[in-house]
Write a protein that binds this ligand. Structure first.
Ligand code: SF4
Length: 216
């Protein structure tokens, strides 16, 4: 089985296991909110981000309100997410730029997204895939770990986020990339965890190069 065939098989099996491929951040379909929540999720759990954001969005309901907000005040709402000072500066900075340069609309392409403070390729791909339904690989910790273990890239050893993104983009069908990454998150939490993958009952065990389950 070559890499593209392996990828297609992984896609089909995880699609059966997780018919719904939903983002674990509760952003309510609002592009700017997903951008904010994506930034907050750095070194923080999605669960924590989902907990703090209702109060944050009540205080700052849209990009215009946050662009005019005070970073020190924003920081108070996101304290428990960690790195709150730099995250608060980025939230204000990205909102200001969206208002001043993009007319209040979140950009729909990688180059412009990467000009926003605090936005790297992971968040940009999240926006491109979830909001604009473009081919996009979100190389987060689950995606990097699982793709390497299965043997899709890295030959069992995790690659850098960018190398993982490029490798998966080359072998996963474009319209499956975004959903596969959401499924990797669910699968990583349920079965193929960082410390103790449950290879015994895994739907990928017969095609996974690391089915012995040694954490890598
Ligand atoms: S067989 Fe084990 S290491 Fe491979 S994907 Fe399944 S749980 Fe992860």
């Amino acid at each position: 089985m070559n890499k593209k065939e392996l990828a297609a098989s992984v896609v089909e099996r995880l699609k059966q296991k997780y018919p719904g491929a939903v983002c674990s951040l509760n952003y309510g379909g609002d592009p700017w909110r997903l951008l904010v929540m994506g930034r907050l999720s750095a070194q923080c759990t999605d669960e924590r981000v989902n907990l703090v954001c209702p109060a944050l969005f009540e205080r700052y309901p849209d990009v215009y309100a946050m662009a005019e907000g005070d970073a020190a005040d924003i920081a108070k709402y996101i304290f428990s997410c960690g790195l709150y000072n730099s995250k608060a500066r980025d939230l204000k900075g990205m909102s200001e730029r969206i208002v001043s340069v993009y007319g209040g609309m979140v950009p729909d392409n990688m180059d412009d997204l990467l000009t926003l403070p605090g936005v790297g390729r992971k968040i940009a791909n999240l926006i491109l895939g979830d909001i604009f339904r473009k081919p996009a690989v979100v190389a987060d910790t689950h995606c990097i770990r699982i793709a390497a273990r299965i043997g899709l890239c890295g030959e069992g050893k995790p690659l850098s986020p960018e190398k993982t993104e490029k490798a998966l983009a080359a072998i996963v069908e474009p319209d499956e990339q975004s959903d596969l990454c959401h499924r990797f998150v669910m699968f990583g939490r349920d079965v193929c965890s960082a410390r103790s993958p449950e290879c015994g009952g895994c739907v990928l065990a017969d095609i996974c190069v690391n089915k012995a389950g040694k954490p890598s």
